[in-house]
Design a protein around this ligand. Structure first.
Ligand SMILES: [Zn+2]
Length: 243
């Protein structure tokens, strides 16, 4: 499968053709044949919005997991909060993407659960609605094996979503298995598909282009941020001088 917007649309359309109902972590049980689409937002909220809009155009809803403790974006900034609001307005769900490695010293298992509850509370306060799903960002072996049960929060890393579902992921821009063939075969009644909006563009880009373009785009973004904080930035330094 190519990493393009068009290829992603075709994946959605193939899922529909093969009779998979698009469900989420709360309502999958009613559907005998379904897919849960999960997105981990590791680097960019604006790229998340772009793919969330594409899904809405295709009549599909999914779950978008966002980090609170990342240097890449800020869900509490105006732009960040607007991005989450946009995703929700399209009918998608926002969940917590939890990064245990952002805590020093390392968390004990019960502290992982306590901090998931705390971060879900913060995100719920921002969104003014209950946040009731969590996924893990680069989980440790202990967390992967823990099968955490968290009151009122669905753990997408719970054994159900790995054992009762066929799990497919594009992590590091590489499907471990041929996703299209697996969907086409219809072999599994329940699919759990993780994608990262970061990899999908109008034209296919390889991994170095994707990462390189993202790093370079940060200059432009930082310039705009400075322009909001320094009067007449253009007279001090033009945008071209920093690109
Ligand atoms: Zn992640």
């Amino acid at each position: 499968m190519e990493f393009t917007c068009q290829a992603y649309r075709e994946l959605l359309s193939l899922l529909r053709q093969r009779g998979y109902a698009f469900r989420n972590y709360h309502n999958y049980e009613e559907a005998p044949r379904c897919v849960i689409l999960r997105h981990d937002v590791d680097t960019s909220l604006s790229q998340a919005v772009r793919l969330a809009e594409l899904e809405a155009e295709e009549g599909v809803c999914s779950t978008w997991f966002v980090l609170l403790r990342t240097d890449f974006y800020n869900v509490f900034s105006r732009a960040g909060a607007e991005a989450l609001e946009r995703i929700r307005s399209l009918g998608h769900e926002i969940g917590l993407h939890f990064d245990e490695a952002s805590y020093v010293p390392a968390l004990e298992p019960e502290e992982v659960v306590q901090n998931i509850i705390k971060e879900c509370g913060l995100l719920s306060a921002l969104l003014e609605t209950a946040v009731s799903t969590v996924s893990m960002h680069r989980p440790s072996k202990a967390t992967l094996e823990a099968d955490f049960h968290i009151p009122a929060i669905v753990n997408s890393y719970g054994t159900t979503f790995f054992h009762d579902f066929k799990y497919l992921s594009d992590s590091c821009r590489r499907w471990r298995e041929p996703v299209l063939d697996i969907v086409r075969s219809g072999e599994y009644n329940r699919l759990h598909i993780l994608t990262h909006a970061f990899w999908y563009h109008e034209e296919e880009k390889d991994i170095s282009q994707t990462v390189g373009d993202f790093i370079r785009s940060a200059h432009r973004e930082r310039y705009r941020q400075m322009a909001e904080n320094i009067t007449d930035l253009e007279s001090i330094l033009s945008e071209e001088e920093v690109l």
